[in-house]
Design a protein around this ligand. Structure first.
Ligand code: CMC
Length: 432
């Protein structure tokens, strides 16, 4: 350690050691404990990683107290209004906004990977029609690993780039096909003359008998929803992708692992859970009853779409989402959506309630997204699929960053063992 380096002093038992303090460009400094065990024999203990930085990253930054979210330094509110999803994808993957030529090349490269290997269609037929589309996504995205062998050498930057394009490009096709399968409608192939968001809407809502044309407002809203979900630093599913990939595993299989993690109601599954909750609440007069349930320690119920591990302020994505919600309902001529009224009233009551104020529980990205998606015609079961579709570029950017990181090692947490100590096997006959 150099003379000017900042250190944290740790006294553990009869040992005292200096731990280096590392600073990022913004945000809390970190205490480097990587040599702690080697030097002292102690592990650290941090269930849920509430105080642990698992990696160094340059992609996304969140200031949870201020309610700030930056992709490569750019505020989410600006990107949501001024950019589009392909440009944001380029930014996340490459670190800088593209110039015109780079943008066009990127759109071209992604667009020309939108089709799925024809044989992959067979996988869908293996699922029951009532299968949850997230179950189908896990299966089909995992199956990509059996099809695209020329993009699985993770140490070859070119193959990694091709895998990245394939994942970002094919996810809308896979997601739309999951929907079509559950609806009993024929699959619609990608149309490369359409934008990323329009193409997805077309593959989802078009049928051979009737052409579908999304309005510019709806396409823009879809694109914006993708931007808002594109990355969110080391959340559970991203950490899952990083951990799975840290062993050198197949990239497509690792993204399937991320999808599995995202599905849970505490994570990406919350958008589906919010809508179910609003339907269960049903009317404004029932809100106090549900607020009371959410506050009751003996009741597992939580207000879905509320609270966040990092945000202790309004989630900036939720603000953009609420605005988009009004735009979409306006475009669709829905002047009065009882679920939106209910959501806004629930938000108002919760934000005035001492419990939510004291615990700093604010609406998160999932609180309003379901209302928009439902108005656009998506069934509830598709909500988390759309999250997965959009988050894929974030997973892929983080995966690339991890592989290029010289400090990268296989992820292998330690534990505090509290089980039985060594004992001898007792024959079955001799057990009481
Ligand atoms: N309703 C009622 N109480 C809550 C809620 C909620 N939605 N969220 C947190 N709390 C309480 C919790 O009971 C705890 O109370 P206490 O300190 O008395 O034990 C306190 O607030 C802190 O909660 P925590 O569970 O320790 O916080 P966490 O950081 O582990 O959990 C969370 C974060 C997002 C899982 C949680 O807030 C939650 O379950 N929210 C509802 C699900 C949801 O909306 N998830 C989407 C998150 S944003 C999108 C995404 O990540 O995919």
């Amino acid at each position: 350690m150099g003379d000017n380096e900042q250190v944290a002093k740790l006294v553990a038992g009869d040992q005292e050691i200096d731990l280096p303090i590392m600073g990022g460009s913004v945000g809390p400094q970190v205490i480097d404990v990587s040599k702690l065990y080697g030097n002292t024999g102690f592990f650290t203990y941090d269930p849920g990683f509430t105080s642990t930085a698992s990696c160094e990253s340059k992609i996304t930054y969140i200031d949870g107290d201020e309610g700030v979210l930056l992709y490569r330094g750019y505020p989410i509110e600006e990107l949501a209004v001024k950019s589009d999803f392909p440009e944001v994808s380029y930014l996340l993957l490459n670190g800088e906004l593209p110039n015109k030529a780079e943008y066009e090349q990127f759109v071209h490269d992604v667009t020309y990977h939108t089709m799925l290997h024809e044989q992959m269609i067979n996988f869908y037929g293996g699922f029951r029609r009532d299968a949850h589309p997230m179950a189908i996504m896990c299966g089909v995205v995992g199956a990509l690993s059996a099809f695209y062998h020329d993009s699985t050498d993770i140490n070859d930057p070119h193959q990694r780039m091709v895998a990245s394009f394939r994942l970002v490009a094919k996810m809308p096709t896979i997601a739309a096909m999951a929907y079509k399968y559950s609806a009993g409608q024929p699959f619609i192939y990608p149309d490369n003359s359409l934008s990323y968001a329009e193409n997805f809407l077309n593959m989802t809502f078009s049928v051979p008998a009737e052409k579908y044309k999304a309005s510019p407002t709806l396409s823009k809203a879809m694109d914006r929803i993708f931007i808002l979900h594109a990355d969110h630093e080391q959340n559970a599913s991203t950490s899952t992708v990083r951990l799975a990939s840290s062993s050198g595993a197949n990239p497509f299989a690792c993204i399937a692992a991320g999808i599995a993690c995202l599905w849970g109601p505490a994570h990406g599954g919350a958008n589906e859970a919010v809508l179910k909750m609003l339907e269960e609440v049903g009317s404004v007069d029932k809100i106090p009853e549900f607020i009371a349930k959410a506050k009751d320690k003996n009741d597992p119920f939580r207000l879905m779409g509320f609270g966040h591990r990092v945000y202790k302020n309004y989630d900036p994505r939720a603000r953009v989402m609420q605005q988009t919600c009004h735009e979409v309902l306006g475009e669709l001529g829905i002047t009065d959506d009882p679920l939106l009224d209910l959501a806004m009233e629930l938000e108002r009551i919760a934000l005035e309630d001492e419990y939510f104020v004291e615990k700093k529980l604010y609406p998160n990205v999932d609180f309003y997204s379901g209302i928009i998606l439902r108005a656009m015609g998506f069934p509830t079961s598709m909500f988390t699929v759309l999250f997965a579709l959009a988050r894929t570029v974030g997973w892929v950017a983080q995966w690339n960053e991890m592989i290029e990181d010289p400090m990268q090692k296989i992820g292998r947490p330690r534990q505090l063992y509290t089980g039985a100590t060594k004992r001898s096997y007792v024959d079955l006959d001799a057990r009481g």
